[in-house]
Design a protein around this ligand. Sequence first.
Ligand SMILES: Nc1ncnc2c1ncn2[C@@H]1O[C@H](COP(=O)(O)OP(=O)(O)O)[C@@H](O)[C@H]1O
Ligand SMILES: [Mg+2]
Length: 327
Amino acid sequence: MSNTIIEFKNVSKKFENSESYAVNDVSLSINEGDFVVILGASGSGKTTLLKVINRLYEPTHGQIFIHGKDVLSINPTIYRRGIGYVIQQHGLFPHLTVRQNIEVVPKILKWDKARITERVRELLDMIGLDWNTYENRFPRELSGGEQQRVGLARALAADPKIVLMDEPFGAVDAITRNKLQEALLELQNKVKKTIIFVTHDIEEAFRLGDKLIVMNKGVVQQYASVHDILFKPANDYIKSLMAGENFLDKLQIIAAGDAVQQIEWDDRYPETFTIKPDDNLKNVYQSFIEKNINVAIVKKGDETLGFITKNRVDDLVREILMAGIEG
Ligand SMILES: Nc1ncnc2c1ncn2[C@@H]1O[C@H](COP(=O)(O)OP(=O)(O)O)[C@@H](O)[C@H]1O
Ligand SMILES: [Mg+2]
């Protein structure tokens, strides 16, 4: 069974002197270890939804539970220390070195010196910065991408279970953003945090998220896996949002015959269906989803050429996303 870490129950937030709700009646659960992306246009309520999690805002109505505990019943300072928070303008202290920036929370937690040193170096290593070169630099001596990496290291310093990221890569150039996204996915493979990541960039959302929370005007339009957003759009808003995305069409130019795998048949695959070598992968992919079957046999007449797994096609989709969506 999946393990709920964060639960929103009818959470709404209305700011004073505002006519409308910034966040309107949000109820959803987030599983431990998931990478969840909040996607929406500017002003749709993404930041507000994030800030009610770490209690920078209090909801006007509703409740938030962490591991089943109402967050309002937890001391806010202690509570916040268990949550990493990364923002667009990295939020590093300008007068502190890289090392001192990362040390802040471990020091508050009174870790001993050796443990802190070890942790700082381990984190710099994890985010791909050589500690020898970087640990004594000041933020102004770092590139934008490096500053964001240090911001991430700082957020992870005390090993929080939850990491909140608010458009963390929004202010860097496209090439750097690509590298940061890769680094974050790699990092997540190692540390398996529960990450809630805000972006207005669909491509970034698809690339990073296991699940997406799509917001419009404070209302959650759909909360689902990337697959379901694509193939089971909940409403016209999601449909129109996805209409502009064409990366699945790129699967159309790949023939099943060119993607055949010679896999060992095993019990993981109780069911299958048959496709022809010249079927295109977009159709195959849609069949995987519709039939809820994870492997297809590629047959030319009676001859079996091999198999294609859904994982294989997922990888191709991801590769296409990694390569960027031109035009
Ligand atoms: N501190 C605030 N006071 C008043 N209104 C706010 C405040 N923060 C956000 N809002 C309003 O709430 C809505 C949602 O904002 P926000 O959550 O920042 O959206 P997003 O992060 O998706 O751009 C917007 O209409 C915004 O103007
Ligand atoms: Mg915002």
